[in-house]
Design a protein around this ligand. Structure first.
Ligand code: SDX
Length: 432
């Protein structure tokens, strides 16, 4: 809204003569925000489970318009970035706020290469997990182990230390992901190669048996784009977790480990794994109508995984790019006829034409096509959210750095208490 000078919201409360004046803060894009900070002094809290109507912070990094289906990273549309940029450049953009010059990009890419390897202690740790341990649990643990290794002397008030932390986490996450995957396959760790790009090195350290491994450039480009599509998404559940954990001044690697734990949930980053499990459960196109009916039944907990979003009430712009990437990968691998893809396309068509989904504004989100694409690339289902973790790390750490680079308060929500009122203790001997 065009600025007309300071504006206030006036809160009229029964029994009070004067309204409570609450300042309205105007964004550069999107929804006006009512600053309720003074409400506690007026004797009130607000109540907003799930933070549906709550802005937890101010940020310059990413903007989403859910109605328009728009996603901007530092003002640049995700469609243009996915088409013309790459993941390393997007990491720089999220952190620095502007696109790098050629020399800045080259030195940033080199700094990431130099930090790809992980400490021996972290490498050894993975061997203590069982073969079928879930990769997201391993990733949470290994990232926590980085916190243990990189704690001594870390000063989060020092920008050089903050920048090093950002570089290390972005550089090491794919190495942890590859280490986790190889542990599950009983394969030894493969040291990163300096001559490969970010995505190429991820594919090499994950799948290669030796230096002769050939990297398919179409698959490498698809992996890079998948990392980009997951890079950041404003104050989603896992990023909010990173901010809340980081607001205590904790070790940033441990705040990222908390974000990984939050991302694992099937309502969040675990949805890509849940999409594949859902398609497997549906089994064949003939069963789709019955499952769509289950999704519409209020008494049935079944949800169409990969559909719906807290913010997007239109197509998730990432889903369209993901769908294109999916078709590119399937064409390259000559598997366009894959039954899983065909089922996903049929489910999408049915859902998009169904009155229930239209009325509730439920559209495919980024997770709907990412799972089947990753499966085609050879990533096992239980590793899908590990890929999401690797892509989201720059977003998480950019939000952490944005928060701790300014004055910040520890996050400490209040509550609507509905428990017992005060009562006296009853000694055991006096109880019935
Ligand atoms: C990600 O926040 C982010 O930005 C997340 C993310 C990111 O990049 O960080 O974009 C990544 O997490 C994407 C979302 C992945 N999750 C899924 O695909 C799981 C399936 N989707 C649903 O669980 C759900 O849509 C959520 C969790 C994503 C959003 O839930 P909300 O915002 O709390 O919405 P809601 O549950 O209140 O749904 C509104 C209505 C409800 O019906 P009513 O109670 O009004 O009758 O829509 C229904 C829901 O039952 N609904 C669905 C549905 N999603 C919502 N019904 C069937 N299938 C679905 N998928």
């Amino acid at each position: 809204m065009a600025s007309t000078g300071p504006r206030n919201a006036r809160l009229y409360v029964d029994g009070r003569e004067d309204p409570i004046e609450l300042p309205i803060l105007e964004p550069s894009l999107g929804t006006d925000v009512i600053d309720i900070g003074r409400l506690t002094n007026e004797g009130y809290f607000t109540y907003d489970p799930g933070f549906v109507s709550t802005a937890s912070c101010d940020s310059n990094i990413t903007y989403i318009d859910g109605d328009a289906g728009t996603l901007l990273h530092r003002g640049y549309p995700i469609e243009q970035l996915a088409e013309q940029s790459d993941f390393v450049e997007l990491c720089y953009l999220l952190l620095k706020g502007s696109l790098p010059s050629p020399s800045e990009k080259a030195s940033y890419a080199a700094a990431l290469v130099a930090e790809r390897d992980v400490p021996q202690g972290v490498r050894d740790m993975v061997g203590h997990f069982s073969r079928d341990a879930h990769p997201m649990g391993i990733m949470t643990a290994l990232t926590g182990a980085l916190a243990a290794e990189y704690h001594q002397g870390l000063d989060i008030t020092d920008e050089a230390d903050r920048w090093d932390t950002c570089t290390r986490l972005i550089a090491k996450m794919p190495t942890l992901a590859a280490l986790t995957y190889r542990h599950g396959k009983g394969k030894a760790y493969l040291p990163p190669r300096d001559d490969l790009s970010y995505a190429e090195n991820f594919l090499y350290t994950t799948f290669a048996d030796d230096e002769n491994y050939t990297i398919n450039p179409v698959i490498a480009k698809a992996m890079d784009r998948i990392f980009m599509l997951h890079a950041d998404h404003e104050q989603n559940a896992s990023t909010s977790t990173v901010r809340l954990a980081g607001s205590t001044g904790t070790n940033p690697y441990s705040a990222i480990a908390a974000g990984i734990a939050a991302l694992w949930g099937p309502s969040h980053g675990g949805a890509n794994e849940a999409v594949l499990n859902m398609l497997a459960e549906i089994g064949s196109p003939e069963n789709i109508d019955a499952y769509v009916a289950k999704a519409k039944d209020r008494n049935d907990p079944f949800r169409v995984m990969g559909f719906g979003h807290r913010v997007y009430k239109n197509y998730d712009p990432r889903a369209k790019v993901m769908q294109d990437t999916c078709h590119e990968v399937f064409a390259e691998l000559g598997v366009e006829g894959d039954p899983m893809l065909q089922m996903a396309q049929r489910l999408e068509k049915i859902a998009l034409e169904d009155e229930f989904f239209i009325e509730k504004r439920l559209y495919p989100n980024v997770d709907f096509y990412s799972g089947i694409t990753l499966k085609a690339v050879g990533i096992p289902t239980e590793m899908f959210t590990v890929i999401f973790t690797t892509g989201r790390t720059p977003g998480w750490i950019a939000h952490w750095r944005e928060m701790v680079s300014e004055a910040y308060k520890i996050g400490r929500p209040r509550q609507l208490y509905r428990g017992q009122t005060a009562r006296d203790y009853v000694p055991l001997a006096e109880r019935g």
